[in-house]
Design a protein around this ligand. Structure first.
Ligand code: URA
Length: 338
């Protein structure tokens, strides 16, 4: 090709200009993102080579003209004149997105890789009700089986409970353990949840911990028929694990209804789940035990759970002291040991 006319030179100059614009835009964005792409980097290299060969063609074509002077030096990378050039270049090229748009929008707060760790579940933990996921409906004061202003019966509450499917414990339980004893009891014991024996029989506290509780009740001068026994959750947590917050939230209203039905004088909360759930207090049971509290106008005594006492027999003495306080309230005079 030997097209050394001024028109050809102009065309080549236009091509060069376009290539330069594109090149500059590429460089501009490459500094931010494109160079991570090896393919694009190679393309950039090719474009540079093409530009340089077009430059030399133009240089040859326009050799005698002043325009053949070497291309103006590139403005320094961050100079305002280069910015101005870029701004001007964006218009004719049309294609390049403004830098602001080329920059990814600020990232949304990263979701943690794993759910944030739950509140510790050991001694101080059972912030049970505080642990409840936001999506879990909370107890809202409406009591199952209770007509407003009326004292329900345990039968009504049991009917309302039905073949309960309100939480996941329903899938592994054998029996719902509703509660047992005197529906007009002055003294109610509240445990945590059924174990294996209770699940099989549908009756609370009939396993080893139940044997100890039965002895404690006897030592207090009562029989199991005198008192009422219930649990925070009415279905066995698999493997006797702790009841989970959503399970407690689902079941707790039934316990509250039962207490409203029975209207005892005293509640003995056996262990942290019973005490913390009824009192809405996350204080460890080691600190709560032995101190009179009040639940809906009813005297409540927190004490250790019998299963804990089976594992820690040295603590039985403290539990017995707690139960003696209850006995005093009923005008009973204990001996000195359980
Ligand atoms: N432990 C409990 O908390 N409740 C039972 O019914 C049996 C064991």
């Amino acid at each position: 090709m030997n097209d050394d006319t001024p028109d050809s030179a102009q065309e080549l100059a236009d091509v060069l200009q376009d290539v330069r614009r594109h090149l500059l835009w590429q460089e501009e964005t490459a500094g931010r993102s494109l160079l991570v792409d090896a393919k694009l980097a190679a393309e950039l290299q090719q474009q540079r080579a093409a530009t340089s060969s077009v430059r030399s063609m133009i240089a040859r074509t326009k050799a005698p003209e002043p325009a053949a002077a070497p291309p103006p030096p590139r403005p320094p990378a961050e100079s305002p004149s280069r910015d101005a050039l870029h701004a001007a270049m964006k218009q004719p090229l049309g294609a390049p997105r403004p830098l602001a748009a080329a920059t990814p929008p600020p990232a949304a707060p990263r979701a943690p890789l794993a759910a944030p760790p739950p509140a510790p579940r050991a001694a101080s933990a059972p912030a049970m009700l505080l642990d409840v996921p936001k999506s879990t409906p909370r107890y809202n004061g409406a009591l199952p089986g209770v007509v407003e202003g009326e004292r329900p019966t345990l039968d009504q509450i049991r009917r309302e409970l039905g073949d309960c499917r309100r939480c996941k414990l329903c899938s592994s339980r054998k029996n719902i353990v509703f509660g047992s004893g005197n529906p007009r009891a002055d003294l109610v014991f509240v445990g945590e949840g059924p174990g294996e024996n209770e699940d099989l029989q549908g009756v609370p506290f009939v396993g080893p911990a139940g044997d100890l509780l039965t002895k404690m009740i006897g030592a207090m001068g009562f029989s199991r028929n005198d008192v009422y026994i219930a649990n925070v959750v009415k279905c066995r947590p698999p493997g006797n694990r702790n009841p989970e917050p959503d399970e407690i939230v689902a079941c707790e209203p039934f316990l509250r209804s039962q207490l409203l039905a029975i209207q005892p004088k005293v509640i003995v909360a056996l262990g942290k789940f019973a005490a913390q759930t009824l009192l809405r207090d996350t204080t460890p049971i080691t600190r709560m035990r032995g101190q009179w509290r009040e639940y809906e106008g009813i005297q409540l005594m927190p004490t250790f759970h019998p299963a804990y006492l089976l594992r820690n027999s040295a603590e039985k003495r403290k539990a017995w002291e707690d139960l003696q306080q209850v006995m005093k309230l009923f005008g009973k005079h204990p001996g000195s040991s359980a």
